[in-house]
Design a protein around this ligand. Sequence first.
Ligand code: HPA
Length: 245
Amino acid sequence: MLAIIGGTGLTRLKNLKITHRQVIRTPYGEPSGALTFGDINEHQVVFIARHGYGHTIPPHEINYRANIWALAEQKVKRVVSVCTVGGIRDDLPPGTVAVPDQIIDYTSGRKHTYFEGGDKPVTHVDFTEPYNPKLRARILKAAHAAGQKVVDGGVYAATQGPRLETAAEINRIFNDGGHMVGMTGMPEAALAREAGLRYATIAVVSNWAAGRGNSQHHVDLAAAEGVFGEAIEHVHRILEALVKV
Ligand code: HPA
């Protein structure tokens, strides 16, 4: 069974034949919503909407630990997350779909680990490659099979939000090596690693990051809605192909 975490613009999966929903409680509190079980073309899928089904939970208040725990409890091995990002690198304009291969974490104050000491021994998971290379390769293969263009690789910079960044912050992130910026990629990826899940991300560029492209003076998220809607269609097609490969 494949797990899919939907981000902004992806609170439901197209072509998912829902079989049931299940509310899960975890030692870390409540996930963003019930898990939705079903199948896409007869392949089993479990889905959760990261911001809640009504998109009411802001990035810094998402219970990432509960979400990942709930999925891990379903005995899934692979988690594909869909995240919305601002494009920093020139080849990441709005509407682009990318499969990042690295992360820089700028978030703070989020509950970001299962290993909090006490009865849990301190554990330092390896995070050299934050996204599972095999799962990344599967996503790329699925995109190719579905005839969908995706950018292979890129550094996902995770910011705290919910405000957008300043132009100077984006310059700094770019100088650090960041290529796209979003608010939900961390600690989700690290928690998935701690939970022993294979995790990878499909990033959808909704806007130019602050100070880039047409965001020179301000970031207009609403203006980008058209291209974003189209890009989400590409993601649906990639996910449909992914359950098969
Ligand atoms: N910055 C941070 N997160 C985002 C952005 C952005 O420009 N666009 C979508 N998520």
